[in-house]
Design a protein around this ligand. Structure first.
Ligand code: GLU
Length: 292
């Protein structure tokens, strides 16, 4: 994804975003309850049939990322990923209050799926071949791209080449952490979550934080006087998928069908507008589903 905000616009958007975000913490995002399918029927022995008849589902998401997955005041996460999870659960006949949300950080996602700790994961989770050897991905449902966030007064870092030999915070087990070291020669200061990178940046123990542009945009929107994106340009493609057990092809294909249906009936667009769209105004088009 390229330049989703011009620099001047991003200042304006960021200023109003802090308000929008604080409203959303107690507003529509927490209470959104998509219409629940009544007694949907599924072929016996499929994951859909099992979850639907159990009437509940465990979904992994992030708890500290504004716009995509952040724990709200009532203890429930809100964000675009959370909305995707709720929409899928609703199609299984499972209402939002029967979803158990589990925090999944970047490094434990494959393990949590393999160990059966979650039924699926919607957590800014980039689809790639290495991860596909361990888990399956439905989607992509969104395409982000890697970017850098710096302190507001920084004038030296505008592109990834500028962080060579410099301390950069990112999260263990994430694709941006790997890229910034292997491709751009940064010195990685690893953290378990992106929010844990904020203080080291503020204190100038690191010169930048790197991860997906939309995650960083959420942090900038919350603290526009402290942080800024180094540039509106992104330097990788991060297609977000819904992680599930390897070789559960029926479940994967069924989720893919639902994603296309959400695009057609407007619920994809609404999910965006109610969450990330409060900061990133242009609603994305659903990427072409990868039916591998
Ligand atoms: N999308 C990237 C990844 O899956 C970075 C964001 C994250 O760590 O969740 O690794």
């Amino acid at each position: 994804m390229k330049a989703f905000l011009t620099r001047r616009k991003s200042l304006l958007v960021a200023a109003s975003a802090a308000l929008a975000l604080s409203l959303s913490a107690c507003g529509s995002s927490t209470t959104s309850n998509p219409p629940v399918a009544e007694k949907p029927s599924f072929a016996a022995d499929t994951t859909m049939a099992k979850l639907s008849s159990a009437g509940k589902i465990v979904i992994g998401t992030k708890f500290d990322q504004p716009l995509f997955g952040q724990k709200g005041l009532d203890g429930k996460p809100v964000g675009f990923d959370v909305e995707m999870g709720k929409l899928i659960a609703a199609k299984l006949g499972i209402p939002a209050d029967k979803i158990e949300w589990v925090e999944t950080v970047s490094a434990n996602r494959e393990q949590f799926i393999k160990q059966g700790k979650v039924d699926m994961i919607v957590a800014t989770y980039t689809i790639n071949d290495k991860r596909k050897t361990e888990v399956d991905f439905a989607g992509p449902y969104y395409e982000a791209g890697q970017a850098l966030m710096v302190n507001k007064d920084n004038t030296t870092i505008t592109k990834p080449e500028d962080v060579k030999g410099k301390n950069v915070c990112s999260v263990t087990g994430s694709t941006p952490a790997e890229t910034i070291v292997e491709k751009y020669g940064a010195i990685l200061v690893p953290a378990a979550t992106y929010s844990a990178c904020l203080e080291p940046l503020r204190n100038k123990q690191v010169e930048a934080i790197t991860t997906d542009n939309v995650i960083l945009a959420g942090f900038v929107a919350k603290e526009p006087d402290a942080f800024k994106l180094a540039s509106d340009e992104t330097f990788t493609k991060e297609p977000y998928g819904i992680g599930l057990k390897k070789d559960d092809t029926e479940f994967r294909m069924w989720i893919n069908d639902q994603l296309e249906a959400f695009d057609e009936d407007g619920s994809y667009k609404k999910a965006w507008e109610d969450t990330a769209g409060e900061v990133i105004k242009t609603a994305p088009a659903l990427p072409t589903i990868d039916r591998y």
